[in-house]
Design a protein around this ligand. Structure first.
Ligand code: EPZ
Length: 418
């Protein structure tokens, strides 16, 4: 397994090109199964989760033509096969093929994803949404078995909480339902809005995506389509923290301020300067870092996918910061590893108290999940001496060429292949 070797102490200076959003790409690849016509997706990030999802739609008979940062998916000959536990276990987002397969073919059999490092990750809201549209759903030997021999019928779906995945499942299924579907308490993430834009390019009729109320007029006819993925706000936020934690300045090419308002607001509270540049966002910190409390929330609140990165930043700030994780029940796997670097963190349930001002010292640390891994890299950039981050495959799932991008901005970082 590859490792990253980092020697801390360099201030980052330079420009980073932000890739397409992984969490926009995954549902859109799944959505290609809805249509018998090709979907060409541009600005795909070159990360393993995207490659895995392309492999999943190929499992169902779709033909995929790949090029760097783009793919054309032709699901004209696709069929609805079983999506196995082994496939779903490796990547939970595989669950997103359930709705397209059910909606187009009238039946689907997808393994329950099971838990992961950050929580139990139940799928009850996905199942309830499909049942509301008229599907018969059963759980058989760890699989979701869904059928709708008479097709799906539009209805009102009220989500008990604004789940990103459940909103995407409901929206994709509703495109094939007879009549209109209204989704209330929908997730408002930009990735949900981007999926709706992709589905509309394919011929669907969706309005209101990006708000809590989404209307889908089902049963439209599909057509060949092209779509370009939005930039990855979580990758952009990660590099913003890299500039802040090292006291440097980075230009985040392609980053969109309108997708990152809560992140920018908190960075500014912490003493970081953020302003629009010619090609995206500029992030700089040359004064002291100040402690800033955060609570993760569904969009437009502070994203849970940046909590671990911000925690690394708060380890170096003056004062104590309270970080509350409200979205996932176990998203502090990075805490014991940050403490190995000398961080002073106290955990109480889903709240972490970070006492800043620690001078971090390099050590061997273990990556556990995608975002925890990158928080260890960020801490390594400012830890004295050498930090080795093990199990880098977690990083490769969601960050394209992270070590190369950081090295180009002055970081002393190299990948050590096993
Ligand atoms: C998406 O996961 C993202 N993944 C996650 O990013 C992100 O952290 C999450 O949204 C929240 O923003 C993709 O888009 C592929 P949820 P998702 O359904 O859809 C509970 C990353 O690092 N819930 O909004 O699975 C759930 O357990 C990943 O890129 C139910 O209870 O998130 C969680 O506590 C990690 N029942 C909360 O809702 C359900 O049926 C939010 O989950 C579904 C979810």
């Amino acid at each position: 397994m590859d490792r990253l070797r980092i020697v801390g102490g360099q201030r980052l200076q330079g420009a980073v090109t932000i890739a397409g959003a992984k969490n926009a790409a995954l549902p859109q690849i799944a959505a290609a199964l809805l249509s018998p016509y090709p979907l060409a997706i541009a600005n795909l990030p070159a990360v393993t989760d995207v490659e895995n999802m392309l492999g999943v739609v190929e499992l169902h008979g779709a033909k995929v033509e790949r090029s760097p940062h783009a793919a054309t998916i032709d699901a004209g000959e696709a069929v609805s096969k079983e999506t196995s536990y082994d496939t779903v276990r490796r990547m939970r987002a595989t669950l997103l093929v359930l709705a397209p397969l059910l909606a187009r073919f009238g039946h689907a059999r997808v393994s329950m994803p099971g838990g992961c490092a950050i929580g139990a990750r139940p799928v009850d809201m996905h199942v309830k949404a499909l049942a509301a549209l008229g599907a018969d759903i059963a759980i058989e030997s760890g699989h979701i078995v869904a059928s709708a021999p008479q097709g799906l019928t539009g209805t009102r779906i009220v989500l008990s909480s604004p789940s990103v995945g459940a909103t995407e499942t409901a929206m994709m299924a509703a495109t094939c339902a007879k009549g209109e579907t209204e989704i209330l308490n929908a997730a408002r993430e930009p990735e949900v809005a981007d999926l709706a834009a992709c589905l509309n390019a394919m011929g669907a009729e969706i309005e209101g995506a990006g708000t809590h109320r989404i209307l889908i007029n089902g049963g439209r006819s599909w057509r060949a389509a092209t779509h370009t993925i939005i930039p990855d706000r979580i990758e952009a936020g990660t590099y913003a923290v890299a500039a802040a934690i090292t006291g440097g300045q980075l230009e985040l090419i392609g980053a969109r301020l309108e997708h990152m308002a809560s992140v920018v607001q908190l960075l500014e509270v912490a003493g970081v300067s953020v302003w629009p540049g010619d090609r995206g966002l500029m992030v700089s910190r040359d004064g002291p870092l100040r402690a800033a409390d955060l609570t993760t929330e569904p969009y437009p609140g502070f994203p849970t996918d940046l909590q671990a990165q911000f925690m690394a930043l708060m380890c170096c700030a003056e004062g104590a910061a309270l970080l509350r994780e409200t979205v996932f029940e176990n998203r502090f796997m990075h805490v014991p590893e940050l403490m190995r670097l000398g961080a002073n963190i106290t955990l109480q349930g889903t709240t972490a108290l970070v006492r800043g001002g620690a001078s971090l010292k390099g050590a061997q640390v273990m990556a556990t999940d995608l975002r925890a891994s990158v928080s260890l890299v960020l801490a390594g950039l400012v830890s004295e001496g050498e930090t080795i981050v093990n199990r880098v495959y977690h990083l490769d799932r969601g960050y394209e060429q992270l070590d190369r991008k950081l090295r180009m901005c002055g970081a002393e970082i190299e990948r050590i292949s096993a």
